[in-house]
Design a protein around this ligand. Structure first.
Ligand code: SF4
Length: 379
């Protein structure tokens, strides 16, 4: 079973970000207490009490102090059996990494660091309003690697919607980023195409015509550069946006893609137990107040047969593991002819391949995985 904790605070707002966070840290202590209370309140959500992964996401969990982690881990170990724990990840920003923090995290059993590097280009970092620069990213990597926290994944953003950075310049920045990554011999990378959401600063700039969204062809060209370079470095693309060396897959995120159950704690966190999805309220003070009255503020979506099947298609087709028609039958019963007709069209377009019960996306289909899944959706 898997536990996600959402830590909703950041030093400053990145212009592209639509995650739930606040730059006002005054509620941090109360939030940590509320998260601990929610862990207790939700103790029966997961039937199996053996945790396999814990993931601190956000927001910026590296803003938490040693005392904050102590409270949270104490609560987790009161509720769950940690004897089968395989991975504990913390999302961090390069400017938060210090020897003191690394030692603290290791002492609490945190064994994997997700570092939000995004790019090593300082102009682009400024353009996105990131709080760190490229020098800090390199220092952070050096410090982690020399202090035995080598299980590192980094986040990269490509296809940045920057008018002042034309495609040629963006391509050369991406290539340089990939060369720097090569020098560090990292084992895991997540790379995301920058999408513009209305609620973000970039979304506002697009509305005001100060920023022109990048074309899909540009994004596809950068995606190809990325795949080519990372494959040459020995990475396996095991999910549309994720690359690993030597089978060092992200266990927590793989659980989402494999349709396993998880509990999400904290404001805006999501939970899934095969029958329903829950989403916690995305408001820090309302979350704290409601949890203080021993209730968890969430909305519930009960999953029907087609929701379950479509979730399975959407997640599975993003990965090298693909989907299994036997599993689909277990969810929907007899698979309707419309599914097989749509599958034939996708096979003829060389977007998916089928071998027995197994259906996987081809390298040509990778960039269209969501569209391919929706072509196969059940009503
Ligand atoms: S640090 Fe991460 S969560 Fe915070 S604003 Fe930036 S991208 Fe969003």
């Amino acid at each position: 079973m898997h536990l996600y904790l959402h830590i909703p605070f950041c030093k400053q707002a990145c212009y592209y970000c639509d995650f739930h966070f606040s730059t006002n840290l005054s509620l941090k202590d109360k939030m940590v207490d509320a998260i601990c209370t929610e862990i207790e309140l939700q103790k029966d959500y997961l039937q199996n009490k053996k945790l396999q992964t814990i993931y601190f996401g956000g927001g910026t969990p590296s803003l938490l102090s040693g005392g904050d982690f102590e409270k949270i881990f104490k609560t987790i170990s009161n509720v769950y059996d940690l004897s089968s724990l395989e991975e504990t990840t913390i999302e961090t920003n390069p400017d938060d990494i210090s020897l003191e923090k690394i030692n603290e995290w290791k002492a609490f059993g945190i064994d994997r660091v997700s570092l939000g590097i995004q790019t090593f280009d300082n102009d682009l970092l400024k353009f996105m309003n990131r709080a760190h620069d490229s020098h800090q990213s390199k220092l952070a990597l050096d410090l982690l690697l020399t202090n035995n926290l080598e299980n590192i994944t980094i986040d990269l953003i490509y296809a940045k919607n920057a008018k002042e950075f034309n495609l040629e310049k963006q391509n050369s920045i991406l290539k340089r980023d990939l060369e720097i990554i090569n020098n560090y011999n990292l084992k895991h990378i997540s790379a995301y195409n920058l999408t513009i959401e209305d609620s973000t600063v970039f979304g506002k700039w697009v509305k005001e015509k100060k920023l022109e969204p990048i074309g899909e062809d540009y994004a596809a060209e950068q995606y190809e550069i990325l795949i080519e370079s990372l494959t040459a470095q020995g990475f396996e693309q095991y999910e549309v946006s994720n690359f690993a060396k030597n089978g060092k897959y992200a266990l927590h995120n793989s659980a989402y893609w494999k349709n396993e159950e998880y509990l999400g704690v904290g404001p805006s966190a999501h939970s899934y137990n095969r029958f329903s999805r829950q989403s916690n309220i995305s408001n820090n003070s309302k979350y704290i107040d409601t949890v203080a009255s021993h209730k968890v503020p969430f909305s519930l979506e009960t999953l029907g047969v087609s929701d379950k099947a479509n979730d399975y298609l959407l997640c599975g087709l993003r990965t090298i593991w693909g989907i299994d028609t036997k599993k689909i039958s277990q969810i929907v019963g007899e698979i309707p002819q419309t599914f097989w007709d749509a599958l034939d069209i996708l096979k003829n377009q060389n977007l998916v391949v089928q071998s027995g019960n197994s259906i996987k996306i081809t390298s040509q289909g990778r960039i269209f995985s969501d569209r391919i899944a929706s072509d196969l959706f059940f009503d």
